[in-house]
Write a protein that binds this ligand. Structure first.
Ligand SMILES: [Zn+2]
Length: 385
């Protein structure tokens, strides 16, 4: 997590306002709370991404049109946590780490795969996260305020203005709005437009649902000239997230909103169907252990085949992102699920993802207290410590 100490941010708003004097369109996010749809029953077998239909939405007469303008084919996501409120999150409420964990899971999961019916989308990455303090959002903020913060960080650093840049501004606790989120764009100094969206602080499921809503709309309709649901809106865009407002499902422990599929004529959430569950029985650590992230590779057995496996931590993270499940059995015989967490070291904006058990059923054991795996074929991948 990089702290942005650019005191100049309070002083450049007049430049931004001059560049953005013409009215810009926007995609207004939903109001109200997510309605969690029941999980779909998992189709048997196979290991492919499956487009699941989620109940809700406007019905099969709905049509979608392509305005012929910009649609994104890849996305680099920069997340700004804006405001001092993020330093004093109430106990039990979503923290910066919670929000980033959910974002990292969403972009790594098959959630965005359904967008390929609209644009040849290759994937999104969480590039960096920043915390802006000392310059706070006004109590009744609009997209112009969040667009300005994004614009400032592109004009004066550190966010690069590239064709696939998306800036997401996470609003702090204590700041309210009648909307849960909204996307628009900034005109950066090289006069390209860069999509920007904000998400209002609320429950963890509410934040990740609104985030996913704005993300799919930003990719398919970044400036209002791309994919919209009919009738199109010129200033108030009518988009694939709006058609499925607040229709959310928990996938892999992270709540996401469904979006409209013109191909399926329904609200959809793509998911990955796991073939197996795996039990991790041993771990191989770095010899010069980094106390926070000591695991190189893990070993264990497939359930129910009983076949043994070894995989690197990176491979394990990719498998969990796809929806495969891993468990650890504690000394008390109870199991705990293995999840992916993200840790932002103080020296940079890039997060480190790692696996850990979450204390759901077993409190007696965790991943790090498993025995060492015997040396194995994966050791040669780690020649340095
Ligand atoms: Zn929307």
């Amino acid at each position: 997590m990089e702290l942005l100490e650019n005191k100049g941010i309070a002083n450049m708003r007049h430049v931004f306002d001059r560049l953005h004097s013409k009215p810009r369109g926007r995609g207004s996010g939903p109001q109200g709370d997510p309605v969690m749809a029941r999980p779909n029953s998992t189709p048997a077998g196979g290991a492919d991404t499956v487009i699941t239909i989620v109940p809700g939405g406007p019905g099969t007469g709905t049509t979608v049109s392509d305005g012929g303008g910009r649609k994104m084919t890849s996305a680099k996501l920069y997340v700004i946590f804006w405001g001092d409120g993020w330093k004093s999150v109430p106990a039990g409420s979503p923290s910066i780490d919670d929000v980033l964990n959910d974002i990292a899971s969403i972009v790594a999961s098959p959630y965005l795969d359904g967008l390929r019916e609209y644009t040849p989308f290759t994937g999104a990455t969480l590039e960096a996260a920043y915390f802006v303090d000392g310059y706070n959002p006004p109590g009744s903020f609009t997209s112009a305020d969040t667009d300005y913060v994004a614009w400032y960080m592109m004009a004066y650093g550190p966010i690069p203005e590239e064709l696939d840049t998306i800036v997401c501004v996470m609003m702090p606790p204590g700041i309210t709005n009648s909307l849960n989120g909204e996307h628009s764009y900034s005109i950066v100094p090289n006069l390209t437009t860069v999509p920007v969206f904000w998400v209002r602080y609320r429950s963890r499921a509410g934040i990740s649902c609104a985030f996913s809503h704005e993300l799919v709309e930003t990719i398919t309709d970044p400036d209002g000239s791309g994919i919209q649901v009919d009738p199109r809106g010129i200033i108030d865009w009518n988009e694939i997230g709006d058609a499925c407002n607040n229709v959310c499902q928990s996938i892999n422990g992270v709540s996401v909103q469904a979006y409209w599929s013109a191909r399926s004529l329904a609200c959809i959430i793509p998911v990955y169907v796991p073939v197996v569950a795996r039990q991790i029985t041993c771990i191989r650590k770095h010899e010069h252990a980094d106390a926070n992230h000591p695991i190189r590779w893990v070993g264990g057995i497939d359930i129910p085949s009983g076949q043994s496996f070894q995989m690197t931590q990176t491979e394990c993270i990719a498998a969990i992102d796809r929806g495969e499940s891993f468990i650890v059995q504690g000394a008390d015989g109870r199991t705990a699920a293995v999840r992916v967490l993200v840790h932002f070291p103080p020296w940079g904006p890039q997060g480190i993802r790692y696996i850990a058990t979450v204390s759901d059923k077993s409190k007696a054991d965790n991943l790090l207290s498993l025995p060492d795996c015997p040396r194995g074929p994966l050791d040669h991948l780690f020649p340095y410590g």
